[in-house]
Design a protein around this ligand. Sequence first.
Ligand code: GCU
Length: 639
Amino acid sequence: MDKTSFGYRAWFQPTGSFSTFSGGKYALFAEEEFQRGHVELFGEDKKGVSFEINKNLPAEGFSITGDATTAKVEGGCESGLLYGAYRLLFALRRGEQTFTINDKPAVPLRILNHWDNGDGSVERGYSGDSLFWRNGMVGYDLPRLRDYARLLASVGINQISVNNVNVRLLTAKLLTDEGLNDLEKVAEVFRPFGIKLLISVHFDSPVWLGGLKTSDPADPKVADFWNEAAARVYKRIPDLGGFLVKADSEFQSGPNAFGHTQDVGANVIARALKPHGGTLHWRCFIYNCLQDWRDTVTDRPKAAYDTFFPIDGKFDDNVILQVKYGPSDFQVREPNSPLLGAMKATRESLEFQIAQEYTGQQKDMYSWAVQWEEIFDQPFNETRATRDLVGKEIEAVVAVSNTGNDENWCGHLMSQSNLYAFGRMAWNPALTAKEVTEEWTSLTFGKSDIVADGVDSAVTKMLLDSRHVYEKYNAPLGICWMVYVHHHYGPSPDGYEYAKWGTYHRADHKAIGVDRTRKGTGYTAQYQPYVRDLYENLDTCPEEMVLYFHRLPYDYKLSDGRTMIQYIYDTHFEGVEGVEGFIRTWESLKSKLPDEAYAHVRKRLDMQLDNAKEWRDVINSYFYRKSNIGDEKGRRIYI
Ligand code: GCU
């Protein structure tokens, strides 16, 4: 593989040559990293730049002063220094000449969850196979893994889990000496980059690995198992971040099976981690995945709040509850989870997904950065946006990774922008999608050295438009889930309608949607009163997610005077036109782009166009057939 090729390239151009790798000596390591990056980016060593730890700076913070030849980088700790080194490289790459940069992360934990399986596959992975696992064992390409560590550290990510939250036997064995032999080596690769590992553990590990008859957290033998397991792990990896658990969720076992609430299950594991300084990340993605579609009372979005809010304050202080951004499941449009910020006596993290499970699977171009900015903008109450919770009620920002062993890491070259944006926005949620996207395009395509001027801004515009173009041809107005069951790519409006997963839109010939107000399922009552009222009132409910909260007739008038059905037709035609526009833009850049990059993205855009047309025609036909109301503009709908 030619590693200097564009396919392999991310915002750094890794060479894989870590021959002078010094480990341990961090000030030196930051300097080495800077010099290595400088050679790769500019072809020469940078003289005169100095690196120093300054304990007066915030822990992971840094400052950069001086100009391009005399720059001084100071870091509050080793990681801060490293972040400063990368930031200086980014600034130089973007043509900046003088520096007065002071920066520190908004949250102490910026975490990537890999959903990698022991057999090397990746759940919801669209970028090849695992970077960590092969044939049932930890297995990796060492230079490549170092490049990966560097890629993540360069955007401030400081913890990663290396195995799927759906833990199976192969990766459950990470708690055994045999599993730890390999994991120890992975930890060594990431350690100099300031990145700690987390292990996803199975709640039934006491049975699977410990030979016990039960995993009941109230059983003292189960507590002993966890204590021994934690001691074994920390002996080998003393700086492990902790464990991550998906319990009582989608066929995973958990404390419910033994008649306990979630705190009882979490605390027994947390107490085992506590003496070693470890944290337990406990996921809140709990709902009934065996719901009867005839049951119109149970409303899936209510489940996480109903499970966890009543036990606020019962979790040990080294437990962090990991809450998905929305109450459904990483949908294109959904309101923020009412659980975020609600539990005053329990630690919380916010979970995003960078993998494009429901957002085009890295075939369609999709900017998560735009959606994350919208998520941060959503109100928590009358005075605070969700963004304002980060660094306070929300102590960690987590995301499901979109990476794999594909040459370009992320399947779609453009999806690298999402990995980059995650790191940057977890570090600083006040950054806008425009800012981080501009950073990524200029770092990746350069301003003039690789391609002619204009490519970076044209690509920025494509990316910033991509989220809304995708949304236009997807399920309308926050209705969610009109995808094929299981693989989640492409339109299937009734795919989940008579299934067990609790995700129903209940469309008939007159109306669509579920009334989630207090007159309906009562879901809105879980929000702070200001937000509850905002969503309950049709005049103030954000229109783009009105069908998440309300059941409305097809001829319901939207604020611009259009009927809902006409809006659906219009947006679905516009979505396809948007993709055609992306193709025109990309074609116009052809002479300025490396052939490889041009061809790669062009191929993906063709796939996206097919997908968009399929969505348009299926959704429009579906709504026409339900409503019997035609398109005012007389466009082609398949009746
Ligand atoms: C989604 C996804 C699953 C995943 C789950 C989770 O439902 O489709 O593959 O396991 O989320 O977040 O645990």
